[in-house]
Design a protein around this ligand. Sequence first.
Ligand code: MN
Length: 444
Amino acid sequence: MVAALALLCRALPAGAWDRGSLADYHHRRAQVIEKTGGDGLVVLFGYGEQDVAASVTTFHQNEAFYYLTGWNEPGAMMLLVPTSPKTSPVAGPPGKLGKEMLFIPPHDLRQEKWTGPKLGPDDPDAPARTGFELVRSTAQFEKELREALKAFPKIYTELTPQPESGEDCFQKDATAQLRKLAPQAELADVRPVLTALRAVKSPSEIALIRKAVDASIEAQLAAMKAVHPGVWEYQVAALMKYTFERLGCEWPSYPPIVGSGFYSTVLHYDANDHQMQDGDVVVMDVAGSYSGYASDLTRTLPVSGHFSPRQREIYEVVLGAQNAVLAAAKPGAIISGKGSNTLVNIARDYINAHGKDLHGQPLGQYFIHGIGHSVGLNVHDPMPSGAPLEPGMVVTVEPGIYIPEEKLGVRIEDMILITPDGAELLSQRLPRDPDAIEDAMRSR
Ligand SMILES: [Mn+2]
């Protein structure tokens, strides 16, 4: 185990935030201009310290802003100007990216004693470090916006909040600020374009997701060795966070859920404050993010190290449903929505056809959530609803059965990458089979 960790440490430099190639972000900006038709400016605001309560938590960037800039410091803005047949500001065939500007706060040397050295807009290496040819002070944003509006009286910006990011007031405030600066401009929502782009991952994004998954697999394996009667749920959650963070993840992708006994049936239980009892199962929905990219994995273990016959029966129904969905996951398949052959229906049909509750009723009624979701910069990444799967999409497959009457909840959650002819199980290395799970627990 120690040797395996040492190997992984070499493969995953701890604490390194990997932005990959800055050309990738430039390419995305060019795509946004093309997909919006190039008939307007694109303006996005990054989060400020106050938007993420930076006094109590680590700063994390507005995901839409990060997706297009790779810029991870507070208080920044982005302005994209398309080319225009007119000479101003950038001549060229319409619909292409003409000018791209990043605005960052000017140096505040007194504050930098607290925050450490920051990049300033006038630093000679600002373009090289940001990938923007034009880096300006935030104080110049208004002037540059007014200039650009002369050629394009339309602005694409975020008009809908990002609910998956826990956003509350940020988007409203940003829109109000823009309306004040450009009262004559027509505002259009850039979110549908960003949602479509973000749903299909680039090779560099997939590489980061693999790192998040690999570190989270190690956390799940460590938990398999640590679970036994008398251990507290929070102790397992702490071990899992420790494990993926020491492998370079910066934070949990969502509040860790470690629920045993009755709490294995509570979907968003995150108090993790019960002691595990012999004879119960424990659901561990815990995973970390690597360089901003999330992962999402769940395993269900018998606390004693051995599934009871009833626990194994229910576990195998969930596993069978997951295998049925994995076999059906390929380009063109639909996660949920209209039509009978969606992935969620495949799972529900399987569950209904196998096993019964204590009253002789089918088990489908105990599968009470969706079968999967997109994963990327957010653990519930935006994805056009009802859209068919495409190569490059990364989604979870997570059937579950929750029977409170039996204090028995089972969820098995893995992540897949859609490939041209099927799907790759990214979390292949993490045991799913009940015998393999018991083996992994026995080697503790
Ligand atoms: Mn999930």
